[in-house]
Design a binder for this molecule. Structure first.
Ligand code: TNX
Length: 511
């Protein structure tokens, strides 16, 4: 029987023969792990309409889920013989075993309502597996285009199928603030709505004059987190300051640098309107970031820090006074005041801190994890200064870039000659070139970026994300080989995406 798994497990032995499963599926699981099995049972019920019959340890079972002590975090052993057994030491490991089990069955296990299926054949296999990297992420920009709770939860489900485990939500930018902060109500009342967006490419200079807006409140965040918890995805919030802050300044002009009234930005790009560097703005940043962190108690918190223009600071009397006070000779050093303040507060509250690689240019505290986006060499620089890194280089992992160089590809952020087909993603090396092996342990993993200037709908999100996410999942799981070897498994996997309702970008002919 054909076995096509993605990401490919580290050790897979396919034996001859199959075993037949019928409804109800008899599952034996320890009480403390029943909640993990329930997620699988829900998937089975949605797909085939089959109930699971949970049976006692000594009763005959089709599937035995066992808690053992000798598996790594997130690792599992899966054997299918007369019956199937999954062993793991953590609930996450068990969930990955169950996720692979689902891929071993027919495509209908990914459908909704394939209720006429009476029996399924499962191949006999022995699998021993676990991820190579702990950070296997997807980033979603909710500011440029807002996506609702259902779409975020759907993305979480898609991530879980690919055994990806961190969802990074970019919650504010020049074009919109997307999370309600009770003590700063204008952030959403004013900052969550803009009057227009560019039509076509930003460079065309056209406006659609259509209002766009939306935001999450604490209840929405709780819904997303609950959903993510069941799928073993950790949700990581990002509040991006002091740059990318035009929506903040539109809401609270006193946090900006000029008296000019501003609106939430209606163009793409990097706004010059950043926070000022006075105590009120620093206090604001600390207040907001701590509140957001409190909604994500066990998550690291991303404090942004990318692309902060210094034009307004250079022209500001007040900013020059702050420079003098700190003995700074370069205006860019002012950004470090935010990095330091936010890092101290978050570490004191027990959160890990992540920031975009620019923060290394203006002073960064020990313990900050660097998200290297400008290039892999930024990751080398971070690791060499003793910092952990998450690989996010735009040249491979910005999925807002074109899928191909054909003329009818929908408009995307980076124009040709830049494009990122899945084959290029598949060739990505998580360990940055040139990093000495003694520093490899600083590389936590990698994440793909879905910046949404040019992604306005759920279908288009699918199109930009898939199949590139599939290729990425195997890279970051640590089992990528060559694009030629991967392609047949990818082709088989597209059937699953199809029945899941994913509007993926079709593959081009193989070269
Ligand atoms: C750079 S990456 C940005 C984003 C844009 C993206 C478009 C980063 C940290 N900042 O603000 O959306 O490029 O690709």
């Amino acid at each position: 029987m054909d076995v096509n798994l993605v990401p490919q497990p580290h050790n897979l032995e396919v034996r001859s023969g199959t075993v037949t499963w019928r409804s109800p599926l008899r599952v034996s699981v320890d009480d403390d792990w029943r909640w993990v099995a329930d997620v699988f049972a829900d998937d089975l019920a949605r797909a085939l309409g089959w109930p699971v019959a949970f049976v006692a340890a000594n009763d005959p079972a089709d599937l035995l889920l066992r808690h053992v002590s000798n598996c790594d975090d997130e690792a599992y052993r899966l054997t299918i013989d007369e019956r199937a057994t999954i062993e793991a030491s953590t609930p996450a490991g068990l969930s990955y075993g169950l996720s692979v089990l689902r891929q071993l069955g027919p495509t209908s296990l990914f459908a909704s309502g394939a209720f006429s299926v009476e029996s399924i054949e499962m191949p006999r296999v022995i699998i021993e597996d676990g991820p190579r990297y702990a950070w296997r992420g997807v980033h979603l920009d909710l500011s440029r285009h807002f996506f609702d709770v259902a779409t975020v939860c759907r993305l979480i489900d898609q991530m879980a199928v690919h055994r990806l485990n961190h969802l990074h939500l970019h919650l504010n930018d020049d074009q919109g603030w997307r999370i309600e902060i009770p003590s700063w109500p204008l952030l959403t009342r004013v900052g969550a709505h803009r009057g227009s967006s560019p039509i076509g490419h930003e460079d065309d200079g056209l406006d659609d004059n259509i209002a766009h807006g939306g935001f999450f409140n604490a209840g929405d965040i709780a819904t997303i987190r609950k959903h993510a918890h069941r799928r073993f995805v950790r949700v990581v919030p990002e509040i991006d300051l002091p740059g990318h802050a035009q929506a903040v300044v539109a809401a609270y002009p006193s946090l900006g640098n000029t008296s000019e009234p501003l609106e939430v930005w209606t163009r793409w790009g990097v706004s010059e309107h950043v926070l000022n560097v006075g105590e009120e703005a620093l206090r604001f940043a600390g207040d907001v970031v701590r509140y957001v962190a409190s909604l994500f108690p066990e998550s690291p918190v991303h404090i942004g820090g990318d692309e902060c223009p210094t034009t307004e600071w250079s022209e500001s009397e007040a900013a020059r006074a702050v420079m003098a006070e700190h003995g700074f000779d370069d205006v860019a050093q002012l950004q470090g005041l935010f990095t330091t303040r936010l890092t101290e507060l978050l570490l004191a509250d027990g959160h890990e801190v992540i920031a975009w690689d620019e923060v290394m240019d203006s002073g960064v505290a020990d313990g900050v994890v660097i998200a290297a986006w400008r290039s892999s060499s930024k990751a080398v620089q971070a690791a060499q200064s003793g910092l952990d890194v998450i690989m996010a280089p735009m040249q491979f992992l910005y999925f807002d870039w074109l899928n191909s160089d054909v003329a009818d590809e929908p408009v995307a952020l980076a124009p040709l000659p830049y494009f990122t087909p899945w084959e290029k993603v598949y060739r990505f090396s998580v360990i940055p070139p040139g990093l000495e092996s003694s520093l490899h342990h600083h590389v936590r993993g990698a994440q793909v970026q879905l910046w949404t200037e040019y992604i306005a709908t759920r279908d288009h999100l699918d199109y930009m994300a898939f199949p590139r996410i599939v290729a990425f999942s195997e890279v970051v799981w640590g089992t990528a080989t060559s694009a030629e070897q991967f392609r047949p498994r990818l082709v088989a996997h597209l059937d699953r995406l199809e029945v899941m309702g994913v509007r993926y970008r079709p593959l081009d002919e193989a070269l």
